[in-house]
Design a protein around this ligand. Structure first.
Ligand SMILES: Cc1cc2nc3c(=O)[nH]c(=O)nc-3n(C[C@H](O)[C@H](O)[C@H](O)COP(=O)(O)O)c2cc1C
Length: 200
């Protein structure tokens, strides 16, 4: 594979908010993609602290309904309609990937390498972001649209309870996905010459 092929894949990944439940690939293929991403995404000291929970079909609906009800309690009533519309968009999708960091791993590293203690949570988050990106980009190759969402810590306790998630797993991000119902719009790019310096 040339770097051009890789960048074709990179460019294909966008934030897709309009999703449908229509099947694009099998549940097994979805699981395989996320599994491969977990195995092959790098982590500091090869610590592999990322965890994921995949919610499909009704389980994903349950997650977004639960998030909607949690937000209803804190978002002012007169601005809730926009929030609810956004949530309905996620319920319209087929599934959701929940990304976590296992804090047992992070604490273990901090004890083992005290001089890097402050860095491990940061590196864990960076590696987790890479994992999110690999899943997002691989999904796009299969015609699955997705976005990256952040409703933590509002929903953490309910997620732990509902899906029996270990106490030590810290929820980092949520990725609703499904068949692409509408493509992403134009994206603006800031000039590269302000963002990249080369010295030789
Ligand atoms: C670290 C990170 C956090 C993001 N958080 C959110 C979010 O909470 N909600 C959301 O709708 N999009 C979120 N996004 C998506 C960005 O808004 C989006 O990637 C950006 O506008 C570029 O658009 P594109 O994804 O279509 O290329 C996030 C993206 C990144 C990289």
């Amino acid at each position: 594979m040339s770097s051009q092929t890789f960048f074709d894949a990179v460019k294909k990944r966008r934030s897709i908010y309009a999703l449908s439940k229509d099947s694009v690939i099998s549940d097994e293929k979805i699981q395989e993609i996320i599994g491969q991403a977990i195995l092959h995404t790098p982590s500091s000291f090869n610590s592999q602290s990322a965890r994921a929970v995949v919610l499909l079909g009704e389980q994903s609906d349950k997650f977004w309904n639960l998030t909607t009800e949690t937000l209803r309690k804190i978002v002012p009533a007169d601005s809730f309609e926009a929030t609810e519309q956004r949530m309905n968009g996620f319920v319209a999708g087929y599934g959701t990937v929940l990304f976590f960091e296992d804090e047992t791993v992070i604490k273990g590293l901090q004890e083992q390498f005290p001089s890097y203690a402050d860095n491990f949570p940061i590196w864990g988050n960076q590696s987790n972001g890479m994992l999110q990106y690999v899943v997002w980009t691989a999904f796009a190759q299969e015609g699955i649209g997705a976005t990256l969402q952040h409703y933590s810590p509002l929903i953490d306790d309910q997620v732990r309870q509902e899906w029996n998630v270990p106490q030590e797993w810290k929820l980092i991000a949520q990725m609703p996905f499904g068949k692409v119902a509408a493509e992403a719009g134009e994206k603006a790019f800031q000039p590269l010459d302000e963002r990249l310096k080369v010295f030789k």
